[in-house]
Design a protein around this ligand. Sequence first.
Ligand code: GSH
Length: 453
Amino acid sequence: MNVGACSVRVGVVPRRCRAALSSPLPSAFSSAFSSSRPFPSSPTPSPLLATSRLGQGADVICGRTSGYRGIVSVSVSQKGQAFGAGLTGFFAEAYRSGLSSKKQVAMASKITDWVKPGDPSGEFKRQASTFRDWISDEPGAKFPPEKGRYHLYVSYACPWATRTLIVRKLKGLEDFISFSSVHWHMGENGWRFPTPADTDAAGENVVPDPVPGHEGYTHLRQVYLGVDPAYAGRFTVPVLFDKQTGVIVNNESSEILRMLGHAFDSQLPPEAASARALDLYPEQLRAAIDEAHAWTYDKINNGVYKSGFATTQEAYERNVTALFDALDRAEKHLAKTGGPFFFGDQITEVDVRLFPTLIRFDPVYVQHFKCNLRDIRSGYPHLHAYTRRLYWQHAAFGDTTNFLHIKNHYTRSHPQINPFSITPLGPVPDILPLDDEVPAAKAAVAAATGKAS
Ligand SMILES: N[C@@H](CCC(=O)N[C@@H](CS)C(=O)NCC(=O)O)C(=O)O
């Protein structure tokens, strides 16, 4: 079997991992075990017991270490990239018996390793989402649009998850799809569910996991691993969950947004005619929408992350420059169309995808992700007006924005960026009223129009 240049290193296994290891093995690991080869006779620090293919280039390695009685399991891509598989949070070492090379690579072991330690590119590479099914009213569909059947796990902090909350509201799906938000703090085990004792995370449906059968769940990872014990990706929000069959339908926000755009149209009551008629991806604008998605996703939505998570000066500069070029482009575009939406009078997916990044820009991305060549409120009059119109005039945008979660999450969940978890007080306010401007912008307008500010 080709596992690339990868082996697994083991250090001291922290106590918290022992508990995880003493729980029953996921089935993929158990089957790997049943095919285990005998221990090599020579004394080795950590003989490899078995490897098992999970598909998609991922393998499971089970080993036993001399310093630790337990099972070490990781999944390894064939390119030699290693990802923690259910046991993130420690570095493991295993001896690759029978494999010619003993080269070692460090596992991406910490939740904050968005850039793999030692990756000379310093570049954040977003993983592809894993669950890609679809709610559809096609006859015989696996996931038909049934009222009350699906649940959305989100974080108010997360721009990707917020897209799905916006579309849920725009399409009048509040009674059709339940939702809950995780706590804003993402620690070493990923997103956690709030407990009744949490008093610092106000917001609608910021509650313990409400899905029947999930009593006792403390973290979102349990939802993923409950569905697929061998899941080796990141435990991200949003998650669209089927309460009836207990599986994840989809965890890719752009697809959930597209899906909810029409999946329940046939079920909406007569009084929701305008929500039913709302088409966020209209035929005549599809080419323009696709084109806008391509650059706004890469350079703006993901661009702030690529700037903020960069671990080299070069990667940061390359991405932050591309981000501001794209913001300049969006600004020019809005100056031309005049709004109120990206494509003039018609609200589209582009608005739903752009807004969550723009609303977070001044409060978080400027300082936390070092996206500070300009800010929106003083540097981009059209983007500023556009963002504020959506926020103040459309409940689907305003009501799904929670600055408490947004500011606290980023500043207190990324110790690699902000080790003391200090949340800056500004900017004040988080968002300006529609009819106000920062002093610099007021002065610029006054100078341009010849009127005193
Ligand atoms: N491709 C995904 C990305 C979602 C995503 O990265 N969500 C972040 C929060 S903003 C997350 O849950 N991260 C947890 C982690 O990376 O461990 C989507 O658009 O749905």
